[in-house]
Design a binder for this molecule. Structure first.
Ligand code: PHE
Length: 333
């Protein structure tokens, strides 16, 4: 009866039920064994032997059947597998657009011979302000713009502290860039309390404003394309004299101002976009670093990375860079 029952079994589940029915603790064989208690002593050895033979035979049958069923199942699974179905692409990460622009800007300036230097984001008043020729009563020191940790200790408001820091650790001639995060108490459509800058500093004998202009023009054309036009506007920074702000031609109208009619959001219809501040190192800054301004001159520049990223990628809302929506971030590589 068991052998024919096993022949019918078509799944591993049914096989298990059959095993329980015949060989289980309360199964048919167990019942037959306990019935042997009622046999005469002469009959018992034969009955016992028979029971054992049956048990072995059933065990073999069950395991054979199990192997057969398992093989059939594996074969069915293999048959159902279609190797021509296209795979699902794994979820892939990408670098943040700000990181990408940072890398590109750093690589471009490294190619011009600049070394990358790093400094702390928590700065002292000395490196962030005093050493850079900010007078004591300068409005930028107000709680307005600066995030103070405690008296004379603050989150750096620009990467310019790296000017004096690197002049104290290196000797001219020197050319360094300092990429990093900076902080200001400011938050609206075009300002976030944390943003990124790259500082550049070059000190040598006979460095002139013409070197600054040439360097920045070459740099801007490498990053934004060879047709980009560059405009220097007189400006003021306590740590450079003379100082300038640099505009590049709007990528919408290429500096012609023709995007004015379309109320260009990128350049606010002026045809130009401000991307950096720069100038010749002020003699008072050299004094903070014990460099003789009669012997050496230099230039410095500070570039806003978010600005560059917005221009390069045509992003019009600065906040998108920091909302971390993967649908936005996944578009840059
Ligand atoms: N530190 C200035 C700023 O954050 C930029 C700058 C750097 C200007 C170096 C001149 C020279 O606005």
């Amino acid at each position: 009866a068991c052998e024919s029952a096993l022949g019918q079994v078509s799944s591993l589940q049914d096989l298990e039920s059959a095993r329980v029915e015949y060989l289980g603790r309360k199964g048919r064989l167990a019942q037959a064994m306990s019935a042997m208690a009622g046999l005469s002593p002469q009959e018992r050895p034969l009955a016992g032997k028979t029971a054992n033979t049956v048990k072995e035979r059933l065990t073999t049958l069950l395991s054979e059947r199990q192997t057969a069923l398992e093989q059939a199942q594996a074969q069915a699974e293999l048959a159902a597998f279609d190797p021509s179905v296209p795979g699902r692409a794994p979820w892939q990460g990408s670098l943040h657009p700000i990181t990408l622009v940072m890398q590109e800007v750093c690589e471009t300036l490294q190619a011009l011979g600049y070394d990358v230097v790093m400094g702390p984001e928590i700065e002292t008043d000395f490196y962030n302000f005093s050493s850079l020729n900010f007078p004591d009563e300068h409005p930028a020191r107000d709680m307005q713009d600066t995030l103070y940790i405690r008296d004379k200790v603050l989150l750096r408001t620009h990467t310019s502290p790296l000017q004096v820091r690197s002049m104290l650790t290196r000797k001219p001639p020197m050319a360094v860039i300092a990429p990093g995060k900076v902080y200001r108490r400011d938050s609206d459509l075009t300002h976030t309390p944390m943003f990124h800058q790259i500082e550049g500093l070059l000190v040598d004998r006979k460095v002139s404003m013409a070197d600054l202009r040439g360097t920045l023009t070459a740099f801007v054309r490498r990053v934004f394309g060879p047709d980009t036009r560059v405009r220097f506007r007189p400006s003021f920074f306590p740590f450079t004299e003379p100082s300038a702000e640099v505009d590049i031609s709007c990528f919408m109208c290429k500096g012609t101002g023709s995007c004015a009619s379309e109320a260009c959001r990128v350049c606010k219809t002026t045809g130009w976009i401000e991307i950096l501040g720069c100038g010749m190192v002020d003699p008072n800054v050299f004094a903070s670093a014990d460099i003789d301004p009669e012997e050496y001159t230099g230039f410095a520049f500070g570039l806003g990375i978010e600005r560059v990223a917005m221009l390069k990628y045509g992003v019009t809302d600065l906040r998108m860079f920091f909302e971390n929506d993967v649908r936005f971030l996944g578009q840059f590589f």
